[in-house]
Design a protein around this ligand. Structure first.
Ligand SMILES: NC(=O)c1ccc[n+]([C@@H]2O[C@H](COP(=O)([O-])OP(=O)(O)OC[C@H]3O[C@@H](n4cnc5c(N)ncnc54)[C@H](O)[C@@H]3O)[C@@H](O)[C@H]2O)c1
Length: 379
């Protein structure tokens, strides 16, 4: 499958690093960024062919999939242009910055007869599939409640000016603060929950900008830096999802069922363990739980060994796995796992979390999703 990449920023290096894991299925024909310096640095780092314009890239003969890795503000125009050129598009998240924008892109793709999909793809990772399989197999019995924390600490106080990608891109702090941590991160857990429990039916949320002055080098208009929402699923399952760049780092995802708790520490670490802690019922168990709240339970055997290791400048997730599934789906004429309906649904729920003032309270989710298939190796 011939793919081309648009947007040679911070995350593009992580995608590019993971391309080698899919050399048997993905063929990168070239890259483009509207910033010539970024484009040149990326091409120097990876040895890729460059296009002189988006138009040239879209006109490349035999090109199947456009990988849209621009910043969120530019997702919609680039995706729209690619659809208009008859290309299938896999976009970084969010698909659009509003439900309306995301829906319009999905409908445009449908009308043009091309496929559209979007990140995040962490549900395709070993850890998420292991977690999902444990839920399917009833490891904690009937699921009642989910606590998902996506707190990142005070990022604006961190030395992010030194977070540099392989081709020399600085982490785009100003853009991240303006997009908002909820739009940047909520999708990583909402996708997992939707895969496991079906569509979100209602959302009750609160969001706030707690620290307006982000001490940036340039003036910024930050989005809310805190949100907390309750997502309701069929069967009465409720998930509390918290996003912030204020509270100390905590990315735990805990799935509470009658029989115990399934827990992961980091929902986008493919190699991270899934732990199972049985519900404390005896006096001794409850005493131990109070005395040693850090006890995290037994590791659930992984669905399969992780074929790569992150860390030391390497991503902890295979960013290209969603692209690979998408490209395979295009080739096999089947819907991709991360399809346009899912992306619209995730966008709607995320917008409800970050901008609850735009919706009634509680907000009824209008978009629908089909059931997602687990990866074959995790069945
Ligand atoms: N930064 C991260 O750690 C990270 C991690 C996972 C996902 N993401 C997602 O990846 C996406 C990109 O994030 P990033 O951090 O790489 O941003 P970035 O600002 O570093 O890079 C975006 C790049 O897109 C280019 N661009 C914008 N509009 C363009 C256009 N019309 N044509 C061509 N090039 C264009 C910009 O010049 C820039 O180089 C975002 O959706 C973000 O949510 C980022």
């Amino acid at each position: 499958m011939r793919i081309a990449l648009v947007g040679c920023g911070y995350v593009a290096d992580m995608y590019r690093y993971c391309l080698d894991l899919h050399a048997d299925g993905l063929d990168l024909v070239g890259v483009y960024d509207r910033d010539p310096e970024r484009l040149a640095a990326f091409a120097r780092t990876w040895g890729d062919r460059t296009f002189a314009s988006l138009g040239d890239l879209l006109a490349e003969p035999g090109l199947s999939v456009v990988l849209n890795l621009t910043d969120p503000e530019n997702h919609a125009p680039v995706t729209r242009a690619a659809i208009a050129a008859g290309r299938h598009v896999y976009s970084e998240k969010p698909l659009g910055l509003t439900l309306g924008e995301a829906r319009a892109l999905r409908d445009a793709a449908g009308a043009a007869g091309v496929r559209l999909g979007a990140a995040p793809s962490n549900i395709l990772g070993e850890q998420a599939q292991t977690l999902w399989r444990a839920v399917r197999q009833g490891a904690v019995g009937r699921v009642r409640l989910v606590y998902a924390e996506l707190d990142d600490g005070m990022v604006h106080k961190a030395d992010y000016r030194r977070w540099i990608s392989r081709s020399g891109r600085r982490w785009p702090a100003e853009g991240e603060f303006e997009t908002g941590c909820t739009f940047e991160h909520a999708g990583y857990v909402v996708t997992l929950l939707v895969a496991m429990f079906g569509p979100v039916r209602r959302v009750t949320a609160h969001a706030a900008l707690l620290i307006p002055d982000k001490e940036c080098d340039q003036p910024v208009h930050p989005a809310p830096d805190f949100s907390c929402g309750l997502l309701e699923f069929d069967g009465g399952i409720v998930a509390r999802v918290t996003n912030s760049i204020v509270a100390p780092y905590d990315h735990r995802l805990r799935i509470v069922g009658d029989g115990g708790v399934l827990q992961v520490e980091e929902p986008w670490d493919f190699a991270g363990p899934v732990r199972l802690k049985r519900t404390a019922t005896t006096r001794l168990d409850r005493l131990l739980e109070r005395r040693f709240p850090g006890r995290r339970g037994k590791v659930v055997p992984a669905a399969r060994p992780v074929p790569f290791r992150g860390g030391r400048g390497k991503p902890t997730m295979d960013f290209m796995r969603g692209v690979r599934d998408f490209a395979d789906a295009v080739a096999g004429d089947r819907p991709p796992r991360m399809d346009a309906d899912l992306a619209v649904h995730i966008t709607e729920v995320t917008e409800m979390l970050q901008h609850p003032e735009r919706f009634p309270r509680p907000a009824t989710v209008s978009s629908q999703v089909g059931a997602m298939r687990p990866m074959d190796w995790a069945l």
